[in-house]
Design a protein around this ligand. Sequence first.
Ligand code: SF4
Length: 330
Amino acid sequence: MSRDILMEARGITRKFGAAPDMAARIAIRLGLAKPAPVVHALDDVSLTIHRGEVVGLVGESGCGKSTLGRVIAGILAPNQGGIAWRGGDGEKAGREAGLSTQMIFQNPMAALNPRMTTEQIVAEAPLAHGLVSRRDCPAYVDKYLRLAGFDPQMKTRLPHQFSGGQRQRINIARALAVQPEFLVCDESVAALDVSIQAQIINLFMDLRDQLDLTYLFISHDLGVVEHISDRVAIMYLGRIVEEAPVEEIFARPNHPYTQALLAEIPRIEPGGKRKFTTIAGELPSPLHPPGGCHFHPRCPLAMDRCKVEAPCKKEVAPGHFSACHLNDMA
Ligand code: SF4
C-alpha cells in the first residue's frame, strides 16, 4: 500500500448552538437570559488517512464520529482547524477534495430524491460537473450501476420500488459516478439486514481494489470495522482517544475506553456460555462534557489528575497512539 497522505484533519473543533441575535446578547449581558446551550461535538480532533487505506472510526452513538465524517467530506465547516488534501489546504486543494470525496449515508432512502429515476439520480452530478456529455450519459450511468452491482435494466424505476440493499447500491453508484478517490461511509450498512450488510461490505472491498479507493468507515460496530479496516481510530465524546493498526488495537488495546468497548463484544466461552461486560454508566451529554479526560466519570482506573487535565496522544508502540495519563506512568 502507498503511504502518501491523502487527507489530514488538523485540529478540528466543531460546536453546535444558535448564535444569539442582538436582543439576546443584550438580555444575556443584563442577566435577563442565559446563553443558548452549546453542543461540543468535536474537540481538537486530528486524523491522517493515507492513500489506499481503510480507516475505521468507532465510538458510541453521540460521540461525534458522524460530525467528523461530515467535516472531512466538506459538508460541515469546522469552527477551528481545517482539512488538508494531499498536503495542501488552500482554496484549490479544497475544490479538488470536494469532488474527490464522496459520502455514503446510513439511510439509503433518505439520501435519494423520491421523484427522480435511478438513471437521473446517478447522472445528475457527472452532468453538472462536465464529467460526461448528455450523449454518452446513458452508457456512463450503466457502467457505474454495474460497478455497484445494480442491474442497469432497472434504471428507469424510482427509489421506492427497491429494497434497502438495492437503494444503497444506487447511492454507491451515484458516489462512484463522480470518480472519487475517497469515500466517507457513515454507518452505511447499519440499516441493512445482516446478509445484505455482508454483500455491501464485500462490494466496498472489491471497489477498493478495482478503483484504488480510500475509505473512512464510520461505525458503532467493532465487528464490521475489524473485518474491513487497516487502521482503527476510537472516538469518545468529541476526541480520538486511540489509534492503531487493526490487528494491534484488537490484540493490545491500550486505552481503558477501547478495552471496555472490546469487552462489550459478546464471546462464546467454553461450555457454550455467552460472556460480555458492558461499560459502566452512560455517555455524558456533549452539552456539558466532563473536564480533564472526558472518560474519567466511567473509567475504573481514573486518578485525581484525570479530572482536571486532558491527556495528550502518545505513541505507545509503532503506529499505535493512545491518550491516557496511565501511559506517563509506564
Ligand atoms: Fe482513565 Fe485517566 Fe486514562 Fe482517562 S486518562 S482513560 S480517566 S486513566
